[in-house]
Design a protein around this ligand. Structure first.
Ligand code: TZP
Ligand code: MG
Length: 210
């Protein structure tokens, strides 16, 4: 269990979403710009390739003391000795993850509707992903969007750290933090930029303003 969640700018990265630079370069530049947590989320790759990317990314992040979270894949997360794992409601259940990974430090769980908040699975998580805050072309299998009202509602019902994900950018970061999110998670706002360090710095500035 994490005792605290000091992270505010969370990069969710995959090789294919990094259109202008190699994903390891994006990760390193983003960290230099202020990203303080990174998740590797590979959807269209073999287990072997995912594992290899995870080792490579961990090596970069370790140099900056930035923790690595692995999306969905428990064995990969354990093999690379990641800081944690992030799952959604249709993945391996948080309770099952805890049973199988005794010294797991950080477990993230995305919720997509309000009924999922008051469940054992949500309570088992170290942080909750509010998914998606705004609809996004990066993930199209979502059911609705939380919006600012959704964040406020969840904030009033739980003390868990809340990570806002879904079309987050420099225009909406300030209001999302003000609505009650603790951390902003982005794919495109950093991965699709030519200059990931500047993109991260600008997001960080918005967070600090709020
Ligand atoms: N989960 C909910 S929305 C999303 C994930 C992984 C994708 C966010 O991508 P972007 O490009 O930051 O909108
Ligand atoms: Mg998943």
């Amino acid at each position: 269990m994490v005792k605290s969640f000091p992270y505010q700018l969370y990069l969710v990265i995959s090789e294919e979403t990094c259109v202008h630079n190699h994903f390891l370069t994006v990760a390193e530049q983003a960290v230099k710009g202020g990203v303080d947590l990174v998740q590797l989320r590979e959807k269209n790759t073999s287990t072997q390739a995912f594992l290899q990317k995870a080792f490579q990314l961990k090596e970069v992040l370790d140099r900056y003391n930035v923790p690595l979270i692995i999306n969905d894949q428990l064995e990969i997360a354990q093999q690379v000795e990641a800081y944690g794992i992030h799952v959604g409601t249709s993945d391996i259940a948080p309770t099952q993850i805890r049973e199988n990974w005794k010294n797991l430090q950080c477990l993230g769980y995305s919720i997509e509707d309000i009924q999922q908040l008051d469940t054992l699975e949500s309570k088992t998580a170290d942080y909750l992903g509010i998914s998606p805050v705004f609809s996004t072309p990066t993930k199209i299998d979502t059911i609705t969007e939380w919006g600012l009202n959704g964040i406020q509602q969840i904030r009033s019902m739980t003390d868990k750290p809340l990570v806002a994900i879904g079309n987050m950018n420099i225009q909406n970061t300030y209001e999302v933090i003000k609505a009650g999110a603790d951390c902003i998670a982005v794919v495109s706002a950093i991965c699709a930029c030519r200059n990931p360090a500047t993109a991260a710095e600008q997001l960080r500035n918005e967070i600090e303003k709020a």
